[in-house]
Design a binder for this molecule. Structure first.
Ligand code: FAD
Length: 384
């Protein structure tokens, strides 16, 4: 019998996987970080880091990173719905292009000693003595390696990966799909420092200017409407017009990327020597732009479990992670699911916008996630 080759293999180098690899390499564990894409890579995302995400980075020892990369401070939310518009003040936030953020996080993991393999698709396969096997495919060649603990942080991609290891993957009926692009435009209505959010009957579009000067568009649409509209560019143009926003003509000539269904459950987010985190552990529509915060928080929280798994693995350890993850992220996701429900009902969302305009404090649960219970009090809970 040979010991597993790695202490931890992390699948996916998005914010969840890269930060987990960084934290575990710091603990002097032998960490392999694998991503199927080559970097830097663009990704459909609103690019907004909220206070939770910034605090999680600070707690990981990477507090200066976003400012060093030129992250743009976000101070206002400009919301448009059925030709009615409102402005709200935002708490702490930054906009930073995903190509840059994800590259720098993975490089930080490498600098701590993790080995990072790009352009390599990974699949979790069977158990092996004291570990779990992982199959790596790159440039047509395949090999099998193993680790004591495998972290799956593959985002919404690779939905076929988890059923093979006994984790159910259920996509919510009528789940919206995501789409996005970035455009080089001077469209004057979309200045730096503001999140512009246009809401229509069949979806919404968020527009933010990143540190690159590009305008980043990230949207969620009803699948049927996307097809009916003839693609993401025209669906987005329709939503902007419905909300009374300035058109962005350059967007129709841009290359749009789409995502799989956005609201998906993975249950349970753990299996023998495998723990799920980030979007891979389940996701809801991104209206409140919290996904990176959840991903980074999950990365910090998983560290004691991955360390404990080096010495001993048990079903109880899996159950404890499922409970911990649910307590950390589950309540926020329920709140976001409620908001997604309201956004699909024009009368309800119109009333909600009018109420928020009059009493901005009503928006607090969405704008100030984790207020009163900062990341410091949430994360350090040790593994039992
Ligand atoms: C339209 C839209 C707007 C959004 N706006 C915001 C926002 O403004 N703010 C915010 O905080 N969040 C936002 N989000 C959510 C945010 O993008 C995600 O929550 C976040 O990227 C999750 O990080 P992750 O590390 O879990 O997954 P990802 O960032 O998706 O990373 C997963 C990685 O795994 C890799 N991978 C997948 N399968 C495999 C495999 N088999 N082998 C190896 N590698 C693999 C992928 O290539 C990818 O690099 C938005 C999402 C959408 C769709």
């Amino acid at each position: 019998m040979t010991a597993p080759e790695w202490d931890v293999i992390v699948l996916g180098a998005g914010p969840a996987g890269a930060l987990a690899a960084h934290q575990l390499a710091r603990q002097r564990l032998r960490v392999l970080l694998v991503d199927k894409r080559t970097f830097p890579r663009w990704k459909v995302c609103g690019t907004c880091l909220n206070g939770l995400a910034l605090e999680a980075l600070a707690q990981a020892g990477l507090s200066g990173l976003v400012d060093r990369l030129g992250g743009v401070p976000l101070t206002r939310l400009h919301l448009g719905l059925q030709n009615h518009q409102a402005e709200l003040e935002l708490p702490l936030g930054r906009s930073l292009s995903r190509g840059r953020l994800d590259l720098v996080l993975a490089e930080a993991a490498e600098a701590e000693g993790a080995v990072w393999r790009r352009g390599t698709e990974a699949t979790v396969t069977g158990p092996c003595p004291g570990g779990r096997q992982v199959r790596l495919c790159s440039g047509g060649a395949a090999e099998t390696t193993s680790a004591r603990v495998v972290l799956v942080a593959t985002g919404l991609g690779s939905p076929g990966l988890t059923p093979a290891i006994g984790i159910r993957n259920r996509v919510e009926a009528h789940s919206r799909v995501g789409a996005g692009c970035r455009v080089d435009t001077g469209a004057g209505g979309y200045g730096r420092g503001t999140i512009h959010m246009a809401v229509g009957r069949h979806g919404y579009v968020g527009l933010v200017r990143t540190e690159t000067g590009y305008l980043n568009l990230a949207a969620a649409f009803d699948r049927a409407h996307l097809i009916q509209a003839g693609g993401a560019a025209s669906a987005a143009a329709g939503v902007l017009a419905e909300a009374g926003f300035e058109p962005v003509p350059e967007a129709s000539a841009s290359a749009w990327l789409a995502t799989p269904a956005l609201t998906a459950h993975r249950w349970p987010p753990a299996a023998e020597r495998v723990l799920l985190l980030g979007d891979a552990a389940g996701y809801v529509e991104p209206f409140t732009g919290e996904g990176m915060g959840w991903a980074l928080l999950g990365a910090l929280a998983v560290v004691p479990w991955a360390v404990q798994g080096q010495h001993q693995w048990s079903r109880e350890l899996e159950r404890q992670w499922v409970r911990r993850y649910g307590r950390l992220i589950g309540c926020r996701q329920r709140l976001c699911r409620g908001l997604a429900f309201a956004l699909r009902r024009p009368g309800l969302s119109r009333c909600a916008l009018a109420a928020v305009e009059r009493w901005p404090v009503l928006a607090s649960p969405f704008l100030h996630p984790f207020d009163g219970a900062g990341v410091n009090s949430l994360v350090p809970e040790p593994c039992p």
